[in-house]
Design a protein around this ligand. Structure first.
Ligand code: NAD
Length: 310
């Protein structure tokens, strides 16, 4: 019999998780504090799954009809989590809201159900320290849009039992996602720490008058980005010389010396913020953001198809 997962919070990310789990054959129960959100999520998911099937982008071996039939909604948190293998918490990224949602979950969840949070920023120990089920708590942080960008960061708290991250990793693989297992929690996890290093440096380059916004963004989109869509930074270095040992013999002193010239961490405020914001709005006005997001998602969809073929 198909295993069940519960999704708590039926917004953007809750809907994506529901589609991914159904794609792998799980029964999905959706809950939201606003019952109308569950209804709109069910309608939207059905529409999206049929559209994906039509454009041959549907994941998993089941038809859209079969996947839709696996997903149901409930107005009872207890029913949502009852007998579930895993509950994926997808409430807004506001600490007080998450703590309240997790407190409610803690009352109704029973062993061995895993409690997994989609949080992008809160440390697992901060979210779960007062929970009685905390040894089965973990963060599974997706990247938006999770249907096309497959990486998921799995982050345990110091007291999470060792079988939990292992089990979540295998579930993510079953879903067709690409899990990355952090051995311990760190602020920002891995993805955002790397993203912030990049943001800090592009900010400094604009602030110091080295490049304008359009050109510094091209360094990523037309320079580093295409390569990094297929290879990580370390493998890139390994291939750029005769192996990593040779790369470091050649380039480590230069990397160290350039890195020392990078200056303090920017606060991302004041005059530079005005400059960056104006230049971005000149090329993408605020009323065109939605259009641009759709274009980005189309690009990511095509890239995801290419990555599956490679
Ligand atoms: P969202 O605002 O779209 O959806 C949140 C949903 O949670 C809403 O439907 C809301 O009604 C519901 N909710 C609020 N309190 C609740 C409660 N106590 N119990 C049940 N439901 C409740 O948010 P989102 O963008 O889907 O983000 C959800 C989580 O996923 C956040 O932690 C976020 O950081 C993380 N995340 C988001 C993205 C992204 O790009 N949006 C990417 C990765 C991770």
């Amino acid at each position: 019999m198909a295993e069940t997962v519960g999704i708590v919070g039926s917004g953007l990310i809750g809907r994506s998780w529901a589609m991914l789990f159904a794609g792998a054959g799980y029964k999905v129960r959706l809950f939201d504090i606003l019952p109308e959100q569950v209804q709109s999520a069910l309608a939207e998911i059905e529409k999206q799954l049929y559209e994906l099937e039509k454009s041959k982008l549907l994941r998993g071996s089941r038809s859209a009809k079969e996947q839709v039939a696996l997903i149901s909604g409930t107005s009872s948190l207890k029913e949502c989590v009852s007998g579930a293998l895993l509950v994926q918490e997808c409430t807004p990224e506001v600490l007080a809201i998450k703590l309240k949602a997790l407190k409610d979950l803690d009352v109704v969840v029973e062993a061995p159900t895993i409690i997994s949070s989609s949080t992008s920023t809160h440390m697992p120990s901060v979210l779960s320290k007062d929970m009685k089920n905390k040894e089965r708590f973990i963060v599974s942080h997706p990247v938006n849009p999770p249907y096309y960008v497959r990486m998921v960061e799995i982050v345990p708290a110091p007291y999470t039992e060792s079988w939990v991250p292992q089990k979540v990793r295998s579930i993510m693989q079953e879903l067709g996602q690409v899990p990355v297992s952090l051995k311990k929690e760190v602020p920002g996890f891995s993805l955002n720490r790397i993203q912030y290093v990049i943001l800090n440096e592009v900010w400094r380059q604009v602030e110091e008058g080295v490049l304008d916004v359009a050109d510094v963004d091209k360094v990523m989109s037309e320079g580093l980005g295409p390569r990094y869509a297929f290879l990580g930074a370390l493998e890139t270095a390994h291939l750029n010389a005769e192996g990593m040992q040779n790369y470091c013999e050649r380039y480590a002193p230069t990397i160290y010396s350039v890195s020392q010239s990078m200056g303090p961490i920017p606060h991302m405020q004041n005059e530079t913020l005005k400059t960056v914001h104006k230049q971005l709005c000149d090329s993408i006005p605020l009323d065109k953001l939605q259009e641009r997001r759709q274009w980005r998602d189309t690009c990511l969809t095509r890239l995801s198809v290419l990555k599956q073929e490679m």
